[in-house]
Design a protein around this ligand. Structure first.
Ligand code: PMP
Ligand code: GLU
Length: 396
């Protein structure tokens, strides 16, 4: 018999949409995939070269569980330079992707009786990782009019004696919005007053537009740094999703516990990928800027086009590679005998009728929205938009 824990969770909806789109493509359907959040660029050449060199040099054995010193040092340098936070090697753990870092955190910190505050819209894996550890996700609603940032007074209401942590994600998947300094400062005060932890997922930090700035919440003070675990990785910034390198930075005791968990589960992240990650962090960053610029161009195009489709309203996101348009005006409409009453109905309709794959807002705890990933070519964006426009015109 399966454990109760496994019955509480579901497969990642974003990955599920992606496999459904790929399955349809394999069957010969011309699907436009706006589903998964994965950069469509190739991994930059100098990063690949570093991996090839690692293989040729025979760097193909176990490494220390928490990552090689060279990579930890590159991460420390990055965190100090980009985020103004100072760490030592014992504060860093390299894992098999940021998702794995988050999983290790959940294993180390959450257990029965613990509550973890998750602002919605949230990234799909947060609630399930909390559930996997028999803790309780407490969903905190945020609002489009606030750019989906937490309202501090509502956060205070959610805190109980059982609250262990809050998970924040800026720039956000799925909304693309960034927390501003004022709201971050208010979160810091609430966290310190209540002695809880912050898990700060900063994986989209390098994808920011209109000259905006990313601020790491751990940089506010030494005190808050002691209550924060920063999560980041190379998947999005350097188009390295398949390499599986992510990392966490935080207090020594928590990182040590997470490293022990990793030593009893995956052991080290792939040796070759670690060498590639060193090259990514220490090598030229021009490639990151080039990808960012291309994403910005796509975002501008997409938001403009979406706002010209009746029934859709789309705020301009500030980062990541998602738009999260409001589709509430479409809900309640009919396509023949099919009623579109939810973002899931709309996503199914668009997949079947227009062969456009996207993720319903409900997967992120936000009904009335859909997530479109623009990590795809301009050509696909324009094709997909045209199809959405035509499919929605048929609704009554
Ligand atoms: N956090 C967020 C918000 C994400 O969108 C992703 C993308 N899957 C991750 C973490 C995990 O990324 P990875 O495991 O590829 O490093
Ligand atoms: N973060 C990506 C997304 O949200 C990858 C999918 C996943 O890891 O669930 O689409």
């Amino acid at each position: 018999m399966l454990t109760e824990r496994t019955k509480k969770i579901k497969p990642s909806p974003t990955l599920a949409v992606d496999s459904k789109a790929k399955e349809m493509k394999a069957k010969g359907f011309d699907v436009v995939n706006f589903g998964v959040g994965e950069p469509d660029f190739d991994t930059p050449e100098h990063i690949k070269e570093a991996a090839i060199k690692a293989i040729k040099d025979g760097f193909t054995k176990y490494t220390p569980v928490g990552g090689i010193d060279e990579l930890k040092e590159a991460i420390i340098e990055k965190l100090e330079k980009d985020n103004k936070i100072k760490y030592k090697k014992e504060n860093i753990l390299v894992s098999c992707g940021a998702k794995h870092s988050l999983y290790n955190i959940a294993q180390a910190l959450f257990g029965p009786g613990d509550e973890v505050i998750i602002p919605a819209p949230y990234w799909v894996s947060y609630p399930d990782q909390v559930l996997l550890n028999d803790a309780t996700p407490v969903i905190l609603e945020t609002y489009e009019e606030d750019n989906f940032m937490i309202r501090p007074e509502l956060l205070k209401e959610k805190i109980t004696k059982k609250t262990k942590a809050i998970i924040i994600n800026s720039p956000s998947n799925p909304t693309g919005f960034i927390y501003n300094e004022k709201v971050l400062q208010e979160i810091v005060e609430i966290v310190l007053k209540n002695n809880i932890y912050i898990i700060s997922d900063e994986i989209y930090e390098k994808l920011i537009y209109d000259g905006m700035r990313h601020i790491s919440i751990a940089s506010f003070s030494e005190e808050i740094k002691e209550r924060t675990i920063v999560v980041n990785g190379l998947s999005k910034s350097h188009s390295m999703t398949g390499w599986r390198i992510g990392y966490a930075a935080g207090p020594t005791d928590i990182i040590k516990a997470m490293t022990n968990i990793q030593s009893q589960s995956t052991s080290n992240p792939t040796s070759i990928a670690q060498k590639a990650a060193v090259a990514a962090l220490k090598g030229p960053q021009k490639c990151v800027e080039e990808m960012r610029k291309e994403f910005e161009k796509r975002r501008n195009y997409l938001v403009n086009e979406l706002n010209n489709i009746p029934g859709i309203s789309c705020k301009m996101p500030q980062g990541a590679f998602y738009v999260f348009p409001n589709v509430k005006q479409i809900l309640g409409k009919k396509a023949g005998s099919m009623e579109i009453n939810s973002s899931m109905d709309l996503s199914i309709y668009l997949l079947e009728k227009a062969q456009v794959a996207l993720v319903p807002g409900s997967a992120f705890g936000a009904e009335g929205y859909i997530r479109i990933s623009y990590a795809t070519s301009m050509e696909n964006l324009s094709k997909g938009i045209e199809r959405i426009r035509n499919a929605l015109e048929g609704l009554q």
